[in-house]
Design a protein around this ligand. Structure first.
Ligand SMILES: [Zn+2]
Length: 183
């Protein structure tokens, strides 16, 4: 994106390296405002409920019709964890608890940094939000690997699977209380 006018005063800008800076910036010719363009932060979560993972089918471009996890651009005034929780509500009506950071992806080509978390879905009721065509709770064997919206969705799902998310341990054998401990 090339900035042509100053966001502060609407004046014309020159593209030059300000003193002491190591990047070229759009500098306002009228008021001197320097425009910094920085990468965008995307936050999201792989949300597990029992042995199932929450997926959302996108209702909007890009990649309309393909499956993703709840994720989106971090807003000002929130932490990344709060952003991931907000996206889960907005896109899937999902109430989640963040359990930990799963992955950080830097996608230099599109100037994005993605912070993706592991989360627990606190109740199984979910519903498609405005940007979502359909929500689903699927087992690992049911993940539509060929219909995922973005490479990072594929990567983070594999990471979550490798770490055992939504893969509860076997139910332990019940102790026969009536007969007491066996020796
Ligand atoms: Zn200006």
């Amino acid at each position: 994106m090339t900035i042509r006018f100053c966001v502060a005063c609407g004046g014309s800008v020159s593209h030059r390296q300000p003193p002491g800076d190591d990047h070229e910036r759009a500098v306002c010719d009228a008021c001197g405002h320097i425009h910094y363009i920085n990468p965008k932060v995307v936050v999201g979560a792989v949300c597990a409920h029992g042995d199932r993972i929450l997926l959302c089918r996108r209702a909007i471009e890009p990649r309309r019709g393909f499956w993703t996890i709840p994720a989106g651009f971090m807003e000002v005034g929130e932490t990344p964890e709060e952003g991931a929780i907000r996206e889960a509500v907005e896109e899937a009506g999902a109430v989640i608890r963040i359990e930990g950071l799963l992955a950080v992806y830097s996608i230099k080509r599109i100037d994005q940094v993605q912070l993706l978390y592991a989360a627990s879905l606190l109740r199984p009721e979910v519903e498609a939000g405005f940007e979502t065509a359909e929500v689903a709770l699927v087992r690992w064997s049911e993940i539509p690997w060929h219909d995922l919206a973005f490479p990072t969705v594929d990567w983070v799902l594999r990471e979550a699977c490798a770490r055992g998310l939504a893969d509860p341990p076997r139910v332990p054998e019940l102790v026969d209380l009536a007969s007491g401990p066996r020796r």
